[in-house]
Write a protein that binds this ligand. Structure first.
Ligand code: PHE
Length: 448
């Protein structure tokens, strides 16, 4: 455990850091948004656009965030105070706020995945086997206030338990077990899915490039998804970077994280589309795809309960490791800025976030009034993802591109120890290309 007076905790190994950062990046978005956007906007053609974005822009912004955190060795607010001063800490505040709010509803959905793991083995398959049964089961579940709030509390208690044990003893230890498990599960599910009779139609829909479907809207969706998927713009990588050893090769680490995140997004599509097409069901996206369509698909497979359990376990791991990273932004803030010890920070912040999660949990079942025509959960999701995250990303890029440029270069090259080959490209991406692209996503995303 870490205390205020003691030495700052550090990741115990490169592998541990990579698993934690990839755990943050790999989340619900990889499973229910990437495949959907790809299928809808041009298959393989869109994958290429997505790849270009994450390789050039995503990697650059992630590198910027890691360097800020590692140099300052503080939370997101403290880092901007120390390196930028003036109004810059506001960017850190945005990150803190965003992480706090996102976690409050992300943990609600993570709770659903826990319930669905158990439901898979306990009768969900029988319900989902009849037409419309999976949808009825889902509505009945989200309308149950006791159960959904209980699931939220179980998830938040586990997140607090991990954070309480600190960086190397909590986050790193759990992610080192969970992330390899996620890879094994997804591989098993891919094999199951692509060997179903009729799977090729799904593969064709998912991957054959169809340039006629590529549109400006699709490109922006891909760019926004890339940004969201890498967990950028909200202080997560600043926070995780603040615990990173000074001799680690950040460009290399970043490449590995991006590669892992993209691979899992790509693989999720190999699970979903072949299965959905094999049974002639309309895929759709979001919670509807994962909690309604897929149970109906699993219900038609031999040993469907086992595969359904495995799928929700996969979703749980993806979501839970993202929750952990969101929570660490908040906990590190409390430790560094409020000078609370880790135990108090984890418990108090965990309780506050759980409380904020309650209206989200209730909103999906229609127990509380909507906010301007959206469920409370969707409203929070909209504000954080479409407004705050992009603003955070734009300012992080501008900060390293124009203000703290020499400092960032120094940090990324480990004070001259490493050769940072792509310096020029990185610099102009942060100066111009990233702010322009993210602004475009931001403006188009503001439609309520
Ligand atoms: N990157 C996660 C995903 O793809 C989502 C996320 C965003 C998690 C921001 C934490 C912070 O689902």
């Amino acid at each position: 455990m870490e205390s205020n007076s003691g030495k700052r905790d550090q990741w115990g190994s490169k592998f541990g850091f990579i698993m934690a950062a990839a755990g943050s990046a790999i989340g619900l978005g990889n499973v229910w948004r990437f495949p959907y956007i790809t299928g809808k906007y041009g298959g393989g053609a869109l994958v290429v656009i997505y790849l270009l974005f994450v390789i050039f822009i995503g990697t650059s912004v992630m590198l910027a965030e890691l360097s800020i955190g590692r140099k300052a060795r503080l939370d997101s607010v403290g880092s901007f105070k120390k390196l930028g001063g003036g109004a810059w800490p506001l960017v850190g505040w945005l990150g803190f706020f965003c992480a706090f709010v996102i976690l409050s509803y992300y943990s609600v959905i993570t709770g659903w995945t826990v319930a669905y793991m158990f439901k898979s083995l306990g009768g969900l398959m029988e319900q989902a086997a009849v037409s419309g049964g999976a949808a009825d089961a889902f509505v009945a579940f989200v309308s149950d206030p006791v159960l959904t709030i209980l699931c939220l509390m179980v998830v938040m208690a586990s997140v607090v338990g991990v954070a309480y044990r600190g960086i190397s003893g909590g986050i790193e230890k759990s992610c080192k077990v969970l992330m390899p498990a996620l890879f094994v599960i997804i591989l098993i599910l891919i094999v199951r899915s692509v060997t179903l009779p009729g799977a090729e139609a799904g593969l064709r829909f998912y991957l054959l490039p169809d340039f006629s479907k590529v549109s400006a809207e699709g490109i922006l969706a891909a760019v926004g998804q890339g940004f969201y998927s890498l967990s950028l713009g909200m202080g997560i990588m600043i926070t995780y970077g603040s615990y990173l050893g000074s001799h680690e090769d950040m460009p290399k680490l970043t490449r590995t994280i991006v590669l892992l995140d993209t691979s899992v997004a790509f693989m999720a599509g190999l699970v979903i589309f072949p299965a959905v097409f094999a049974f002639g069901i309309d895929a759709g996206s979001g919670p509807g795809l994962t909690f309604v369509t897929l149970p109906a698909v699993f219900a038609q497979m031999p040993m469907g309960a086992i595969f359904s359990f495995a799928f929700f376990a996969l979703l749980f791991i993806a979501a839970f490791t993202s929750c952990i990273s969101l929570f660490e932004v908040v906990v590190t803030f409390a430790v560094d800025e409020l000078h609370w010890n880790r135990a108090k920070s984890a418990l108090a912040m965990g309780a506050a976030i759980t409380l904020l999660g309650v209206p989200s949990a209730l909103s999906v079942g229609g127990h509380i009034p909507q906010v301007f025509g959206k469920d409370f959960l969707d409203a929070l999701d909209f504000i954080t993802n479409n407004a705050i995250m992009p603003i955070g990303g734009i300012f992080v890029s501008i900060f390293v591109g124009w203000i703290w440029t020499k400092g960032a270069l120094d940090e990324i090259s480990n004070r001259g120890e490493l050769k940072f080959k792509f310096y020029k490209a990185w610099l102009w991406i942060c100066r111009l290309i990233a702010p322009v692209c993210i602004t475009a996503v931001f403006i188009t995303g503001l439609k309520w």
